[in-house]
Design a protein around this ligand. Sequence first.
Ligand code: SF4
Length: 317
Amino acid sequence: MKLLEVQNLKMYYQTSQGYVKAVDDISFQVEKGETVGLVGESGCGKTSVAISILRLLPSNGRILGGRILFKGEDLLEKEEAKMRKLRWQSISIIFQAAMNALNPVYRVGEQIAEAIRVHQALGRREVKERVRELYQLVGMDPCRGRDYPHQYSGGMKQRAIIAMALACNPELVIADEPTTALDVIVQDQIMEELSKLQRQLGMAMIYISHDISILAETCNRMGIMYAGKLIEYGETASLFREPLHPYTQSLLASYPNLKGEKRKLSSIQGEPPGLIHPPPGCRFHPRCSRKKTICEKEEPGYRKIEDNHWAACHLLS
Ligand code: SF4
């Protein structure tokens, strides 16, 4: 069952030099209880997709087209008061480096309790009990709720932020680079914890990361973003087995493979383009070693290769 459908979403930032086309005609969907990954280099528009879904745009952000259907209702048409109710209760977000967002002068448990009080009409004792439950859920001793943020390690702060995001039992959690600021061991623990919680609570998740290898084990499906476009989308296994787009192929070739033959790692030449005047045709063409003449002139449409796997590249025509 479809929980979220993003249809032809366009989100631009207005600047004195023109519109930055951060999200340009993107469509994907998330089924109930599934995990979808959005991967791409910094600045490709992943976070802009997340804040568009929650309508948490900065003052110069403009949604210029498309629909965002959550359980069939268009979030872009909802009044702000209804949207405020829906945020956190139905859809919550774990922001990039959110652990630094904990208020240093309040006890962490109190900050989680505050998030519950704002969204749910619970009595003092029930809120306290819910905070205890949440601490246990994310693998922390509830007694640590009395501590201040400076008494927590980085991993513990991130667990507290995850607890806060789960406080109202949302149906969809968006995790935007949830482990980027942590060392690899803690990264692994947090990703495992999130997967366990996702299975246990049955919620759907959108993971956003620049690191395709982190999402490989976690996501049912994955979308690859490049310069504001979704250039490939498919089941994770199919996308790893047979990446269709040259950018996805290059991304995968830049990570070591622990199984199979040893191979030389390669990097993607050049820089991602500016999004005020993105390259015409295929936006990847200035960096693509397989480009054809048509690639500089015509934007490739989506080609479906398997039922659940498609990509936008002229090579697939
Ligand atoms: Fe490369 Fe052309 Fe495919 Fe773009 S459309 S990825 S430039 S081959």
